[in-house]
Design a binder for this molecule. Structure first.
Ligand code: ATP
Length: 202
């Protein structure tokens, strides 16, 4: 699924609605230090479901909301939308069946994050799975932070393996396995509870 457009509003330094068209081929973002280039990459990660404030260079997730300047008051929410080309219908059936899929994440102070897919409410997990299955997402090795190359060179084999698994498109399976294990644990706890009740009745 190709990314077509990124829209930001109230996200970090992008207080006013800003649109970045991602054309076919190579897109370069150029600008002086501190103009917000890294914030754009973080917005991309964030809309795909990033939940670690440290990955957003913040102490808490609400730090992504425009914090205000001497001339402009702080915002109460931040919103990022990512438009994807779904003409090959690669999005799972839970999402809409249109050529264009727009994923939106919005965070409101003291309320938290909410996700939408073409204006319809969806769960964070569904969005994370959508991108994991498409071999991308908040933790994709395709998104390279400053200093990350040095980290990769020094990485342990297990960390390198995760990168290969991501490239092979199987990282979504880990999330599903984790969820299946949690369900199994719950079921085992329920079964042991049923055993207790049966014993008491006998
Ligand atoms: P460099 O080339 O130095 O890496 P850059 O172009 O990547 O810089 P960023 O790191 O993306 O720039 O942007 C940093 C700017 O974003 C800083 O001016 C910082 O004050 C601003 N910023 C970060 N978070 C917020 C926020 N929540 N509210 C307002 N401004 C913010």
């Amino acid at each position: 699924m190709r990314f077509n457009r990124l829209r930001l509003s109230g996200f970090k330094s992008f207080v006013d609605p800003t649109e970045l068209v991602i054309a076919e081929g190579l897109t370069g973002v150029v600008g002086p230090n501190g103009c917000g280039k890294s914030n754009l990459l973080e917005a991309l990660r964030w809309v795909m479901g990033e939940n670690r404030p440290t990955a957003m260079r913040g102490g808490g997730m609400e730090d992504v909301i425009f914090a205000g300047t001497a001339r402009r008051p702080a915002r109460n929410f931040a919103e990022v939308s990512l438009t994807l080309d779904n003409s090959e219908r690669l999005a799972p059936s839970g999402f809409n069946d249109d050529d264009v899929l727009e994923i939106t994440r919005r965070i409101t102070r003291d309320v938290g994050s909410a996700y939408k897919a073409n204006s319809r409410d969806v769960r964070a997990r569904d969005v994370q799975m959508l991108f994991a299955d498409a071999s991308t997402g908040a933790h994709s090795p395709a998104l390279v932070r400053q200093g990350q190359i040095a980290e990769l060179i020094n990485a342990k084999p297990a960390a390198r393996r995760r990168i290969l698994e991501e490239a092979a498109g199987i990282s979504g399976l880990y999330q599903r396995r984790h969820e299946a294990e949690l369900k199994l644990k719950n079921t085992e706890a329920n079964l042991s509870r049923v055993d207790d009740v049966i014993e008491q009745l006998a």
